[in-house]
Write a protein of this length. Structure first.
Length: 195
């Protein structure tokens, strides 16, 4: 219970400190604020487009990883078959005395060895591709997350600027009515003086 109260206290203090950090709308030059909103909205659109490109790239990389993993599975199965075949070929070479047959068996052993070597090299390249793709995907995800955070910050700034614009328009209307009232009173004074 003691820890729960302590956690609630910290949550309350944290919430209060966040609320106290939110700036209050103030008077702004409306055209400047609108220009900043336009610029921030444009940046958000650019980041959304960049994030969409990165998302597509990640999907392509994930498909590439799947293809590479499927190749490795198939290659491992064939390597197992090659190993079994190599054992059979080696056994026959040990028991067979015919030189032509031994030559044929040796050719098959060499071909078998080369096939295994080629598959192992390709598996190594596929594993490198998988590792590089995973690094790229992670990097892209970080960029997308940064774009999302920056976009949210821009959206909050735009909301704040809009509140400032609304306040400024309201204050301008109040000033306008005060100016109108001052002009009306001045006209009445002039009429009274001209009588």
């Amino acid at each position: 219970m003691k820890y729960l109260l302590l956690i609630l206290f910290f949550l309350w203090v944290g919430t209060f400190s966040l609320i106290s950090q939110i700036p209050a709308p103030h008077y702004v030059v409306i055209d400047d604020a609108k220009a900043e909103i336009t610029m921030l909205s444009s940046r958000n659109q650019e980041m959304e487009r960049a994030s969409a490109v990165l998302g597509n790239e990640n999907r392509n990389l994930e498909e590439e990883i799947i293809r590479s993993e499927e190749f490795i599975v198939r290659a491992n199965a064939i390597i197992d078959q090659l190993s079994a075949s190599a054992g059979e070929l080696y056994t026959l070479m040990q028991t067979n005395r015919d030189s032509n047959t031994k030559r044929d068996l040796q050719e098959r052993v060499n071909a078998n060895r080369q096939s295994r070597y080629d598959l192992e090299n390709r598996k190594r390249r596929e594993n490198e591709t998988i590792n590089q793709a995973r690094v790229q995907i992670e990097g892209n995800r970080k960029k997308i997350a940064v774009n999302r955070v920056r976009g949210n910050a821009n959206d909050q700034r735009n909301e704040f600027l809009q509140a400032c614009i609304d306040l400024s328009i309201s204050e301008n209307q109040d000033v306008g009515s005060v100016l109108d009232n001052a002009d009306r009173v001045r006209l009445e004074v002039e009429r009274l003086l001209n009588q």
